[in-house]
Design a protein around this ligand. Sequence first.
Ligand code: FAD
Ligand code: MLT
Ligand code: ZN
Length: 486
Amino acid sequence: MWRSSLVRALPTARAFSTAGIPRGAFAKLNDADVAHLRSVCKSVLTAPDEVAPFNSDWLNKYHGQSQLVLRPKTTQEVSEILKYCNEKKLAVVPQGGNTGLVGGSVPVHDEIILSLGNMNQVEAFDEVSGIIVCQAGCILENLDTYAGKHGYMMPLDLGAKGTCQIGGNAATNAGGLRLLRYGSLHGSILGIEAVLADGTIVDCLSTMRKDNTGYDLKQLFIGSEGTLGVITKLSVLTPPRSTAVNVALLGCESFDAVKAAFVQARQNLGEILSAVEFMDRQSLDMVMSQQPSLADPLESACPFYVLLETSGSNEAHDMEKLEAYLESVMEAGTVIDGTVAQDAAQAKKLFGIREDITLSLSSRGHVYKYDLSIPIDDYYKIVEDTRAALADHDAEVVAFGHLGDCNIHLNISTLKYNDAVQKALEPFLFEWTAKRRGSVSAEHGIGTHKPRFLHLSKTPDAIHMMRQMKQVFDPNGILNPYKVLP
Ligand code: FAD
Ligand code: MLT
Ligand code: ZN
């Protein structure tokens, strides 16, 4: 759960990964540019203290030196801004809720920040199909509340839902807690309106589920991290909201038992299974260390935990299935301890522990964050190998993630940034992942952190095609330069 009241204790800022990136041959912003941009966009920030928060990312790792934030309200404004910036060769970074974890949403140098937060209107909702059409700056949680009033829900859920925007979610192809059930945004997003670097408005804002009329252009913007166009509107298919939701936290003795609990959950719970999340004991300890009032959720301390959610429409039927599942995994010794939430408040609390890991890590000190796809048999091996590699360092290794999607969040925490730890982790972890044909970014994206490692998950031909696409969409390279492509 995203709790704005839990203020992050920010560690000393250190802009490490961007420090060596040379500035591209872009124009420098001048007074005439600012005057023109003011004439096309009403909301403009230039005061250093107002611009500052837009220059730093959520992790406080990446810091730009932009002098200008533009906050358009309409697609037309976005178009006029980009047309001008393209003609003048001024670089631009699109920014949503600025909750990205790979440094994609902040400038590397002095790029103009195009913040989408003022484009926050829902334009239409179809009660029959559950399709919502909205502007890109709508906050995910607000959309979920809106859909909820009509008996529907957003198909994605993540800890940053109170701040991240649907445009940012699309631009990063965010995964989150519900991907297991509702699939990726490549399936749920039915249409996109985007503005290209030269100001062209691309209207692919279909609200049809089926549309086989040639290349599906909207897919290119999903996961493009603001490098191909600025997403201004979206249509999203929202599923019906489940009326019966159960949450169980299970403790396991080994990672093999975690796998067995997952396999059996898929077999026994089938269509009602909606989330399977994983965390190790070190993750729970991390949250408890930052929230001393939090009690151990199970009677015994277990080395591994699985958080299960079922969502359906028949409370009695779902509970019967869940109880049968729990009985069988406990009897087999797969699960050694567990608890089932008795009401919505308890369910929220259990999910809150899982969602608070991120905030707890960044509150503790410096965090080295890796978001990897790893084949299930090696899912926890990477954690053990990392602990071995860091045996001589004072570093906590914490692992959690979307088990159902083979997506592990491997986090290393030190009280302060430590260069030796950084060097021990990279390229080691990315190469380890590539050897098993995993992905160096399961869901957070490439941003500024990983362009150097893209070749470990994409072939040279694929990277060449990506460059060609960038050239077609943004020939002057003004949109989110230095990100994604090496
Ligand atoms: P930003 O951070 O502002 O931007 C992210 C990228 O998208 C940047 O490259 C930016 O240039 C681009 N962008 C933003 N808006 C637009 C637009 N309208 N048009 C074009 N480009 C745009 N991610 C997951 O995938 N799963 C999770 O479970 C998850 N949990 C998180 C939990 C916490 C506590 C935090 C802090 C982050 C989490 N994230 C997660 C990462 C992050 O929240 C997601 O990547 C989210 O989708 C980013 O949305 P945003 O609006 O904050 O985008
Ligand atoms: C999560 O699943 O909690 C997020 O992706 C955030 C993170 O990896 O820290
Ligand atoms: Zn995640």
